[in-house]
Design a protein around this ligand. Structure first.
Ligand code: ACO
Length: 365
């Protein structure tokens, strides 16, 4: 807490905008996206349908699912045509960094709204960077496919099974928006200056890449690999906590109970793979970590967050872990663009203050 202003450093609980897009209730463990509970959307509504709801809410114009599906198909094709320039400056970079460069290099496309250009380009850039990392040429998008199906095709290089498409679509819906998280805040700050959507979304992506936000799933897999076996769960976790480490995939700034997205993704994984795709081992690790965190911080509820099961789901879909954060961004781009549009239409320049704790020269007479 800031002793001068009583505003918490880190802005916990301070509303920075009014929004119709999503609401996170951290006490109840509830996430509402565009008027519906996340558990009722994932697996029932497609990513295109939820994106249409978000963009309709942000613009005040009724936008249909078919319109979104068509514009995203066109946008994927346009991005593919521009790949040489989108990838040019990212040679030698990781997939996570190359994605940042690719998004920043996007520009207005004739006949397409900026939001469609951005969301459509995401899987094309992520797919091309993933293929390039494996020494392969990029795979052309299919404008008639769903966004989830085409993403898997471009990332993996083969036609995905319907259950795989369903799993990625459920993931996209689950993580497409989440209140005033750090990357959405960054997006809205930039949009509030009336900078364009490309600038706003680039800043959102930059915020997402940190391990305290969207960069956690890759370290979650590293952790599961490092633990390795059932016998090592307790000693590994106890040692890590004794060293003061933060365990990736646990804890949340808002949720004081379990992140509702964790269970939505857990059930998507159960539907995806007959053998549960590593779920039994991960479940044991999860159970012990929850218990250990309760012991270590009895007064601060710390539970599983979305990133724990994201890691397992994306791994089961054979997406390389180096592409996890860009794949998260493919989905979250729907929320970022909606928030940028809403901010530009209804918001106010976001310009907080700081609390000066430096030296103050004597007042002049
Ligand atoms: N593992 C171990 N201890 C933790 C964890 C964790 N994952 N998370 C919080 N704690 C501890 C802190 O060390 C702190 O302990 P202390 O009081 O002894 O210093 C206490 O719990 C309170 O932590 P805060 O700093 O208040 O938690 P905050 O709200 O700032 O952090 C955050 C939230 C960043 C998500 C944190 O829980 C964390 O680092 N988790 C691991 C990374 C992660 O999973 N990130 C993905 C988040 S989901 C998303 O962004 C999509």
């Amino acid at each position: 807490m800031n002793v001068y202003t009583k505003v918490p450093i880190g802005l916990d609980g301070i509303p920075a905008a009014e929004t119709v897009l999503s609401h996170v209730d951290g006490e109840q463990g509830r996430l509402i996206i565009a008027g519906a509970d996340v558990a009722d959307l994932a697996g029932r509504s497609s990513f295109e349908e939820v994106t249409a709801r978000l963009w309709s809410g942000a613009t005040g114009r009724e936008i249909g699912t078919a319109e979104v599906r068509a514009s995203l198909g066109t946008a994927r094709q346009r991005a593919f045509g521009r790949l040489p320039e989108l990838l040019a400056a990212s040679r030698g970079m990781s997939i996570v960094d190359g994605f940042r460069v690719g998004i920043a290099a996007l520009r207005a496309e004739d006949g397409l709204e900026h939001e469609a250009t951005i969301v459509g380009a995401g899987p094309v850039i992520a797919g091309a960077l993933t293929q390039r990392a494996q020494g392969h040429e990029p795979i052309a998008p299919d404008p008639a496919a769903s966004h989830a199906a085409d993403t898997l095709m471009m990332l993996g290089g083969h036609a995905p099974a319907p259950r795989e498409v369903a799993a990625l679509d459920a993931y996209f819906v689950t993580v497409c928006d989440h209140g005033m998280n750090a990357s959405t805040f960054a997006t809205r700050v930039v949009a509030s200056t009336q900078a364009d959507l490309f600038a706003a979304v680039t800043s959102g992506y930059c915020a997402l890449t940190g391990p305290l936000h969207g960069g956690a799933p890759e370290p979650v897999l590293d952790m599961l690999n490092a633990i390795g076996s059932r016998e090592r769960i307790k000693p590994w976790v106890d040692d890590a906590l004794a060293r003061g480490e933060r365990l990736m995939g646990f804890g949340h700034r808002i949720y004081r109970v379990r992140d509702p997205r964790a269970d939505v993704l857990k059930s998507a994984i159960q539907k995806l793979a007959v053998d549960g795709a590593g779920l039994p081992f991960a479940g044991e690790v999860e159970a012990y970590i929850r218990e250990a965190l309760r012991r270590k911080n009895p007064n601060r509820p710390l539970d599983t967050n979305v990133e724990f099961f994201t890691a397992i789901l994306l791994d089961a879909l054979k997406i390389p872990r180096q592409a996890f954060t860009p794949v998260f961004a493919v989905a979250r781009a729907a929320g970022w663009t909606a928030h940028a549009l809403e901010q530009r239409r209804t918001g106010r320049l976001i310009r907080p203050s700081s609390s000066y704790i430096g030296a103050t020269p004597a007042a002049r007479d």
